[in-house]
Design a binder for this molecule. Structure first.
Ligand code: EPZ
Length: 424
């Protein structure tokens, strides 16, 4: 397994960085291609990430033709044949996000078998809201031998109130409802930009989805959907990660083709700290002087609240800002593991259930650290840039799930960083 070695100290990032298509958009978009009974679907601006390869294999395992043209960042899917209704355990078990094939597969085939996703390091990740919603649409759900089997001759539109605005459950139910009989209303739906991107694709395919981006979705069922072309929305979390990297290194970075609207909760917190964030015609510019930044309190919430996927990275920024900052993680129950690792770098913090108090501004020291999940990996690398001495981050399989050429992009901005194989 590779590791990343960072020489910290006085890194000041400057220049421009380009953002990829969003991991958390392309995965459900790939699942949605299953719905097209005629014509091929081509997704462009597809990021080269290990999770994309995994989802391609999940869809391919349904006897669907999936061609990934990495050189042009595009995937073409032909689901026009008589596709299978059992998602391949080998790949589904690798990535819990595969669960979003359940809704479209059930809608297309009237029967679907998908293995039950396990938990992960950041939380137990139940799927009760997915299953409850599909049952409300008339599906019969059984769970045997670690598999979920869903059956429904024809899903029937209904009104579903979601106990929690789950992103994945909203996506599963929205996709299932596109081919249901009648109208489905999903209340307390997730509002993330990735939900909007999925609705745009579905409507291009011939679906009738209204209200995406608000807490109420209305989906009028249609008979069939067809293949289209669609450009994956920019990755707001990758963009946010580089915005935080610039802020914590007293940098001056233009995050190219980042979308201001998608990052408003993060931008508002950065500005509250004293970071200069400006909207330019081709992206978002971030300038800061760490010495002048003030500590803040942040609470993660479903969109349009502060994104939980920026929590770890933001705690690295809090670590360099003098004073006591507070991070409250309300979305996942175990998402502070990066702080345990940063303790090895000298960070003082107290964690009480969903709240972490961070004593920032005391110099971090470089150390060997281990990443526990995707965003923790990014946070530890960012911390390594500002720590005195050398930091080595291992277990990079997590990082490769959600960031493309992360260390090269940081290197191009001025970080002293390299990636070596464990042996090296
Ligand atoms: C998506 O996960 C993202 N993943 C996550 O990004 C992101 O953190 C999360 O949304 C929240 O924004 C993808 O899009 C592939 P949820 P998802 O269902 O859909 C509880 C990253 O780093 N819940 O909104 O799994 C759940 O336990 C990843 O890119 C239920 O209780 O998130 C959690 O506490 C990490 N029952 C909360 O809701 C359910 O049936 C949010 O989960 C479903 C969820």
């Amino acid at each position: 397994m590779d590791k990343i070695i960072i020489e910290g100290g006085n890194t000041r990032l400057s220049g421009q960085v380009t953002i990829e298509g969003a991991k958390n958009a392309v995965l459900p978009l790939l699942a949605a291609t299953i719905l097209a009974e005629e014509g091929k679907t081509t997704l462009t601006n597809v990021p080269i990430l290990s999770d994309v390869y995994t989802m391609n294999n999940v869809v391919r395992g349904l006897d669907v033709d999936v061609a990934f043209d990495e050189a042009n960042n595009q995937v073409t899917v032909d689901a026009t044949g008589d596709i299978l209704d059992v998602a391949p355990y080998e790949y589904v078990s690798k990535m819990r996000a595969s669960i979003v094939v359940l809704g479209p597969l059930l809608a297309r085939k009237g029967h679907a078998v998908v293995s039950m996703p396990g938990g992960c390091t950041i939380g137990s990740r139940p799927i009760d809201l997915h299953l409850k919603g599909l049952e409300a649409l008339g599906a019969e759900i059984t769970q045997t031998g670690g598999d979920i089997t869903a059956t429904a001759d024809k899903l029937k539109g209904t009104t579903i109130y979601m106990d929690f605005p789950s992103v994945g459950a909203t996506q599963n139910l929205m996709m299932a409802a596109t081919l249901a009989e009648g109208t489905t209303i999903i209340e307390n739906a997730a509002r993330e930009p990735e939900i909007v991107d999925l609705a745009v694709l579905l409507n291009k395919m011939g679906a009738k989805v209204r209200g995406a981006g608000t807490e109420t979705l209305t989906i009028v069922g249609v008979d069939s959907l067809h293949g289209v072309e669609h450009d994956v929305v920019q990755d707001r979390i990758e963009a946010g990660t580089f915005m935080v990297a610039a802020a914590m290194t007293s940098g001056d970075v233009l995050v190219k083709n980042a979308i201001w609207e998608h990052n408003r909760p993060l931008i508002s917190k950065l500005m509250e700290m004293g970071v200069e964030v400006t909207e330019e015609e081709n992206g978002i510019r971030v300038k800061s002087d760490v010495a002048k930044l003030k500590p803040v309190t942040v609470k993660t919430l479903p969109h349009p609240g502060f994104p939980t996927d920026m929590q770890a990275q933001f705690t690295a920024l809090m670590a360099v800002v003098s004073g006591e900052s507070t991070m409250i993680e309300t979305v996942f129950e175990n998402r502070f593991q990066h702080l345990e690792e940063m303790r090895r770098m000298g960070l003082r913090s107290e964690i009480m259930r969903d709240t972490a108090v961070i004593h920032g501004g005391e110099h971090l020291q470089g150390a060997p650290v281990m990443s526990t999940d995707l965003r923790a990996s990014a946070a530890l690398i960012l911390a390594g840039m500002v720590a005195d001495g050398v930091t080595t981050v291992s277990k990079l399989n997590h990082l490769d799930r959600g960031y493309y050429k992360f260390h090269e992009k940081l290197q191009a901005l001025g970080a002293t960083i390299r990636r070596v194989s464990e042996e090296g």
